[in-house]
Design a binder for this molecule. Structure first.
Ligand SMILES: Cc1ncc(COP(=O)(O)O)c(C=O)c1O
Length: 393
């Protein structure tokens, strides 16, 4: 009944949605309405770092609900959860990343960051990377490096150019005409591609040389997933504008872009109200994010991430797994073919393990569990993967 209504009334974006009917979710587990339990190796696509319904997050939300919900558009009233969240982000970032604008989603934060770069430099050219994913609104889609998925929506933003991620040769395409370079610190949709050979450091230097701003999109690697609070900490490269989202909300919808006060204050004039949102900085969402960020930064979850990566890599040895890419708990199994990937994801779900695809790499299987996942749960899930692979001919 509800499945029919789901298909009839709720807009669909794939012909075959996974269609698990959810009843509840706690920790690393999701339950369907038949009380079947699934071990979650996906975490809502890297968005629930503390697992499902973490008690500290739920309490923070409930406490805030009892006080007030939406009272005013972004930026007019002093609302403690948003202020404390912005301050805690700043406390955990280099001094140049001090001021944060809170949005409702990752893509909206990307839009804000691109606007800020144009406003700050007075230039229009944006440079992005092939196979990049930064979201699905028009600006973010304009900097998406995958033509097939954006052709139907053209015309998009003009003056966007693409370079190959990790190509040193392409760096000379960044010039004095460039307003900003936008990159994912670790490319997600492309197949969890890490920067190599000090690439980000070289991009950083080139941006300084030509006066272009560097935007790093940490919507996926950020908030501890790669073994540091932010991915850029691995690569000796501090962006001018940092974009976060997903895990920051602890299971609630959020995005954020952070920059120096000098940069961010440009949104106050010429024109004033340089970026507007009704709900950005929403007190209930911000309370959830604040509790999440506190827990991630005050616990030992971040260093444990690297131990857990080792365990995954030790367990997941199988002739059908050609490579494991990524860092920390942002891992992708690369299979021999897209067909094996599809079989593994669908059959593992039948065995009670949730896996998922990556956007632009059909051979990849996503493993991005909650950071709170236990060793026993990792071993249990890996055994399901191995058994499933053994059943694939
Ligand atoms: C790297 C990256 N940037 C941007 C986005 C867009 O975020 P949202 O879906 O919250 O708009 C995503 C979401 O998958 C992402 O992975």
């Amino acid at each position: 009944m509800i499945e029919k209504q789901f298909l009839k009334y709720q807009a669909q974006t794939t012909p075959h949605p996974l269609g698990i009917e959810i009843s509840r979710a706690y920790g690393s587990y999701i339950y369907n309405t038949n009380n079947i339990v699934f071990l979650d190796f996906v975490a809502g696509v890297s968005a629930t770092p503390l697992g499902h319904n973490h008690p500290k997050v739920v309490n923070a939300i409930k406490e805030q609900l009892d006080k007030y919900m939406h009272v005013m558009v972004y930026g007019e009233y002093i609302q403690r959860p948003a202020v404390e969240l912005a301050k805690l982000l700043s406390d955990n970032l280099p001094a140049s990343l001090e001021k944060t604008y809170l949005t409702n989603s990752g893509t909206e934060a990307i839009e804000g960051a691109l606007k800020l770069a144009k406003r700050a430099t007075g230039r229009s050219e944006i440079i992005s990377a092939n196979k990049a994913y930064h979201g699905n609104t028009m600006g973010s889609m304009s900097v998406m490096g995958f033509e097939e998925r954006k052709q139907a929506f053209r015309p998009l933003l003009p003056d966007v150019r693409f370079i190959d991620f990790n190509s040193e040769k392409d760096l000379n395409k960044i010039t004095t005409k460039t307003a900003c370079v936008i990159l994912e610190t670790i490319q997600g949709g492309a197949g969890f591609i890490e920067p190599t050979n000090n690439y980000l450091e070289k991009v950083r230097k080139r941006c300084y040389d030509v006066g272009a701003l560097l935007i790093l999109d940490e919507i996926q690697p950020g908030i501890g997933r790669t073994g540091k609070l932010f991915g850029f900490e691995h690569y000796n490269c501090i962006p001018d504008i940092l974009v976060t989202g997903k895990a920051l909300g602890g299971g609630m919808p959020i995005g954020a872009f952070t920059a120096s006060s000098d940069l961010m204050d440009l949104l106050m004039d010429n024109p004033k109200l340089g970026h507007i949102t009704t709900f950005g900085g929403h007190p209930v969402i911000a309370a959830s994010a604040l509790a999440t960020l506190k827990e991630v930064t005050e616990s030992n979850l971040i260093p444990l991430t690297l131990e857990k990566e080792k365990l995954f890599r030790k367990q997941l040895i199988h002739p059908l797994i050609k490579e494991i890419r990524g860092k920390g708990l942002m891992l992708a199994l690369i299979m021999e073919s897209a067909d094996i990937t599809n079989q593994l994801i669908l059959k593992a779900q039948d065995q009670g393990l949730i896996l998922f695809w990556l956007l632009f790499e059909p051979k990849a299987v996503r493993i991005t569990p909650p950071l709170t996942i236990s060793e026993e749960e990792i071993i249990k899930g890996c055994n399901i993967i191995l058994d499933t692979l053994n059943s694939i001919k």
